[in-house]
Design a protein around this ligand. Structure first.
Ligand SMILES: [Zn+2]
Ligand SMILES: [Zn+2]
Ligand SMILES: [Zn+2]
Length: 189
């Protein structure tokens, strides 16, 4: 998506290269791209204005949709069909390629996308990811610090009910029992 990329490139030239984008790109290219970008920014603002009127299940979802880019065409112009439905009934669509999604189909992808780079960074630094797989809905939308799934709203025990040790983030489950205790339980049967 040209307009989308142009905004990124223009800001990159300004902040990272410390150059004037107009001088660097040339007058004609710059003004054509600016026109396209202005239309894009106006449309993006319209989308955001509609998004914020919806009572999303949590503040992360709203932020995630604002950051989201269409998986089909890469556009950031994600809009909602209607602003007066509860969020589980809302349909989202891409203004550019007109692809539509139900919220239950796209929200797990949107939420996962928001944290994808943070997760990679955090694991790379030897820490825990920000989000992990939700043991209840199986989406990668369980926020470990908030201790809540940002998609289904579910929350599970983080400390084993039996041995009182912390359950590692990869072993979270609905029973609230660590893998070790679960294994012991199975052996007893
Ligand atoms: Zn699209
Ligand atoms: Zn969930
Ligand atoms: Zn245990």
């Amino acid at each position: 998506m040209i307009a989308d990329s142009f905004v990124v490139i223009r800001d990159f030239i300004r902040t990272h290269l410390d150059e004037d984008p107009l001088a660097l790109l040339g007058g004609e290219t710059y003004s054509t791209l600016t026109e396209v970008a202005e239309v894009y920014e106006k449309e993006k603002a319209e989308c955001e204005k509609r998004l914020v009127t919806i009572n999303w299940r949590n503040e992360w979802v709203e932020e995630a949709i604002k950051e989201f880019h269409c998986p089909e065409c890469g556009s950031g112009l994600i809009d909602v069909e209607s602003t007066d439905e509860p969020d589980e009934k809302i349909e989202l669509f891409c203004r550019d390629c007109e692809k539509h999604w139900s919220s239950c189909e796209i929200l797990p992808v949107v939420i996962n996308d928001l944290f994808a780079s943070d997760n990679i960074e955090s694991i790379h630094d030897g820490g825990n990811p920000v989000t992990t797989t939700c043991p209840i809905c199986s989406n990668d939308t369980y926020h470990l610090e908030d201790d809540e799934c940002l998609f289904c709203g579910g929350s599970v025990e983080r400390v084993c009910r039996w041995c009182a040790t912390e359950i590692p983030e990869s072993e979270l489950n609905e029973d609230g029992i660590c893998a070790h205790c679960q294994h012991m339980l199975e052996k007893d049967d």
